[in-house]
Design a protein around this ligand. Structure first.
Ligand code: PLP
Length: 381
């Protein structure tokens, strides 16, 4: 039996440390909270309106509707586009399950296509083989902060609307356009650990079409008419972004580009520190694009063993995602089985996410690299 290596980590390195990310905005957040608590303005209001205008501008879109979370952002975008029962929506099996849930909640059926082994995002060629007469929308996912190849995907879709799942890619770019601003709608999650995260749940849809934005705003508020909230134009739900979270997101939006730049520097430091180890590093940027490293995801053999060693040594590594969507127990009715999406299945077996968050130090990168190097040497012996 091989001995566990002596601990190389003086202090545990978490996957994400939000206390460090949020440190310099806590007093502004407290001031915001007491102002809103004293005003009683909790749903709708100035903070929400200001955030929507600022986030639309940041993304390069004309409109933004703040909603309750990323899953509802996708659901509402689909519903507002008229997607429903009998429709098919194409997406990928290598994603967070919320992407599929949104399709099912809208009443449509998820149709899956495998991802590209290099980008780990939707493969345009596989998409072209899956488009059919019942395809009502396509949802590419900008996974781990890397923009999916939008120009190529859009070229395949002709007049089928593309709804971007940009939950992991706030600020990522292809050329001078941001993720979320390519398709008919771009959907974001502000789950606390996201590149732009609320202090609770939140989400948004950005789009250029005013009528689409109006329908989303109506759907998030019981199908109400914007001119008369007691007039219900359609069946909606409660799916708003609240005023307090919007205010917190405004404080964070000012810092987003700085945080994303830090994430890119950390990724570069990892690349150098991990050079020569028997693993596959995350793909570099495509020409003209820039990823924002929501996660730093390696591929390696004996992944579960390595993960166990990292965790024992205090490194907060994780797997995104251990089981592809088509093999999840709750999604067997889609009729897929093992072997249907070999790239997604291989990624589920080999992917490993290392700690990545603004405020992480170079020393921590070195510590993680040392522990990983020792774990891989142990595996090779
Ligand atoms: C790719 C992706 N899609 C959708 C979601 C759903 O977002 P939320 O958790 O805010 O509903 C997430 C976030 O967890 C995600 O990472």
């Amino acid at each position: 039996m091989t001995a566990t290596p002596r601990s190389l980590v003086e202090r545990a390195v978490p996957l994400v440390d939000l206390t460090r990310v949020d440190e310099d905005l806590l007093s502004a957040a407290e001031t915001l909270f007491s102002r809103l608590a004293r005003s009683g303005s909790f749903t709708f209001g100035e903070e929400l309106e200001a955030f929507e205008a600022e986030f639309a501008e940041y993304c390069g879109s004309r409109h933004c509707a703040g909603v309750s979370d990323g899953t509802d952002a996708l659901r509402l975008a689909l519903e507002a586009l008229g997607v429903g029962s009998g429709d098919e929506v194409i997406t990928v099996p290598h994603t967070f399950i919320g992407t599929l849930e949104a399709i099912a909640m809208a009443g449509a059926r998820p149709v899956l296509v495998d991802v590209d082994p290099e980008t780990r995002c939707m493969d345009p060629e596989r998409l072209s083989g899956a488009l059919g007469p019942n395809t009502a929308a396509v949802i590419p996912v900008h996974l781990y902060g890397r923009p999916a190849p939008m120009p190529e995907l859009l070229a395949m879709c002709a007049d089928v609307p593309v709804v971007e799942d940009a939950a992991q890619a706030h600020g990522a770019k292809i050329g001078d356009r941001r993720a979320g601003a390519f398709g008919a709608a771009g959907c974001f999650s502000f789950y606390p650990t996201k590149n732009l995260g609320a202090m609770g749940d939140g989400g948004a849809v950005v789009c250029d079409d005013e009528a689409l934005a109006d329908r989303i705003r109506s759907l998030r508020h019981h199908g109400s008419d914007s001119a008369n909230s007691n007039r219900h134009l359609r069946a909606g739900s409660t799916a708003r972004l609240d005023n307090l979270q919007a205010g917190i997101l405004r404080l964070k939006l000012e810092r987003l580009d700085g945080w994303n730049a830090q994430r890119r520097e950390l990724a570069e430091a990892y690349r150098k520190a991990l050079e020569g180890l028997p693993l596959t590093l995350p793909p570099a940027d495509s020409p003209g694009a820039s990823q924002v490293f929501h996660l730093f995801v390696l591929e390696l053999d004996r992944r579960d063993h390595v993960l166990g060693t990292l965790r024992k040594q205090g490194v907060g590594a994780a797997i995104h995602y251990p089981t592809p969507a088509h093999l999840q127990p709750g999604w067997q009715h889609l009729g897929y089985g093992p072997g249907d999406f070999p790239v997604a299945e291989r990624l589920a077996r080999h992917s490993l996410s290392l700690p990545m968050f603004p405020g992480m130090t170079d020393d921590e990168i070195t510590q993680v690299a040392d522990v990983l190097g020792a774990a891989l040497a142990q595996v090779e012996r």
